[in-house]
Structure formats: structure tokens, C-alpha cells
Write a protein that binds this ligand. Structure first.
Ligand code: SF4
Length: 257
């Protein structure tokens, strides 16, 4: 059970199995050596340099059937970074992350706690849309561990460039990639975990899971918990409803960087 901190700055828990970005651990038990993107990542990367470099990435096969690389976007010095799994159909067509139905739900949830998404930085673990055809539709397909590992240098470079205070993992793929392969969103969601990647990492569900919930009552409850998780992350950096501008009032948690 997590130790409770103050309401405004809840205590950060230690991550069970933090994944050191310099010593990448393949999630899901896959040991296949990945092709990766490091040769493409510019030295001293900034978002301005990273975006066009990633546009030409062919480090794994996913680019072949996708329209374009969907790089992260938002405040380049955001205190809060939101990380999902991969772009979806709408994102693939527009080239922007979280602009489809799940993105609109994310915007709604953030608005409920008084946060404009533009104050955050939003990205994905994998930058190309992986899909399988079903009739005329393109259906989301979960990326494999080698594909996630291949794309990881782009995410690490984004984290290094933005240097967020907190990272919110949206869904199991992001949580396992950034927290550890044994992490379970069902049991570990909503906890502030200390991490080598940022002052804290917090996992919650992916908003697309709420869209898939058929029962109206369950969907409302799911949204309520999703908003509560986001509110906890926002409070930990001094943002959100009643806390003034995003990132204006965040304070250090004892013993953390
Ligand atoms: S998914 Fe990532 S690693 Fe694979 S081609 Fe796209 S940008 Fe490169």
C-alpha cells in the first residue's frame, strides 16, 4: 500500500522495477535483439531537431504500412508528460498524437481538472501506427517488444529534451515500458513512483479502454477514476484545478532529485 503524503504533494513511491533507459530491458519477456533508432538521434537533441529526424526513421518495420511518423507535441518545457502506446488511425492520417476519439476523451479528463492539454507534452512509446486490416477498417495491433525497444531512443530523447517533472503512462504498454515488465495497471495505477526518468512516474489506463467499455455506468466510473489519477499527477507538480498555472507551484519530494 502506498504511504500517504500531503493532499497537495502526495508521497512518491519507489517504482518496483524501473527501466534504466541506458540499460534497456525488453518488456514482455522477449529477448530478441532489436534494431534501434540511435544512429538517427541527433547529438544534443532538441525537439526541433528530433521531429524531422524521426520522420525518416526505418529502425523497425512499422513505418512500411503507416502514413507517417507521429512524434510528440505540446509544451517543450512541460512539467507533465503523457505517454501512450502508439498512434491510432486518426493520428496516423493527421500526424499528430491523441487527436482521435481517445485524444478527445483525454482532453475532457484534463479539462475536468483545469488543465489545458497544450500545457503538457503528449507522446507515445511507438511512433508509427501498427494495424491489421478488417474490411475497409484499420484495426489497432499491439506493438511487439522489439518494436517498442527499437523506438525507445526517440522517447528517451523526448524525455531528455523536455525534462518533465512527472510522466503519466497511459495504458499497460507505456507502463510496462517505463516502469517495468511486471507492472500491472490494474493494481498499480494512480501511485506516484520515483523513477530515473523523472521525479515521478504514474500509470493509469489508456483513454481508449474507456471508449471500449460498453456499460454506461462502468464507463462513468472508469472516467471518474481516470480523472482522479490525472489529478494526482497534476497535484504532485502543483498543477490542475485551484493550483494556478501548470507547474507553477510544484515542490520537491524529500529524497528525490
Ligand atoms: S515505430 Fe519507431 S522505431 Fe519503428 S520505424 Fe517508426 S519511428 Fe522508427
Amino acid at each position: 500500500m502506498p504511504t500517504q503524503g500531503s493532499a497537495r504533494h502526495p508521497t512518491v513511491q519507489r517504482a518496483r522495477r524501473p527501466t534504466e533507459s541506458a540499460n534497456l530491458e525488453l518488456p514482455f519477456g522477449d529477448t530478441t535483439p532489436p534494431a534501434t533508432a540511435p544512429p538517427l538521434v541527433p547529438p544534443r537533441p532538441t525537439l526541433t531537431l528530433l521531429r524531422p529526424a524521426a520522420a525518416h526513421c526505418h529502425a523497425c518495420p512499422l513505418w512500411e504500412h503507416a502514413t507517417q511518423t507521429v512524434f510528440g507535441e505540446g509544451d517543450p518545457v512541460a512539467k507533465l508528460m503523457l505517454v501512450g502506446e502508439q498512434p491510432g488511425d486518426t493520428e496516423d492520417r493527421t500526424g499528430r498524437p491523441f487527436v482521435g476519439p481517445a485524444g478527445r476523451l483525454l482532453d475532457e479528463a484534463l479539462a475536468e481538472i483545469g488543465i489545458d492539454r497544450r500545457e503538457t507534452y503528449v507522446t507515445n512509446v511507438v511512433k508509427h501506427f501498427k494495424w491489421t486490416p478488417r474490411g475497409p477498417r484499420r484495426i489497432h495491433s499491439t506493438p511487439t517488444a522489439p518494436e517498442i525497444a527499437a523506438c525507445r531512443p526517440w522517447l528517451d530523447a523526448e524525455i531528455a529534451a523536455v525534462h518533465p517533472e512527472g510522466i503519466v503512462c497511459l495504458g499497460a504498454t507505456a507502463a510496462r515500458a517505463l516502469i517495468g515488465r511486471d507492472f500491472r495497471v490494474t493494481t498499480g495505477r494512480g501511485e506516484l513512483l520515483a523513477s530515473p526518468l523523472a521525479r515521478f512516474v504514474l500509470a493509469t489506463v489508456h483513454p481508449s479502454s474507456l471508449l471500449r467499455t460498453p456499460d454506461e455506468e462502468q464507463r462513468r466510473e472508469g472516467m471518474r477514476r481516470f480523472v482522479a489519477d490525472l489529478a494526482k499527477a497534476a497535484a504532485a507538480i502543483g498543477g490542475g484545478e485551484g493550483e494556478g498555472e501548470m507547474g507553477a507551484g510544484g515542490s520537491k519530494v524529500a529524497g528525490e532529485r
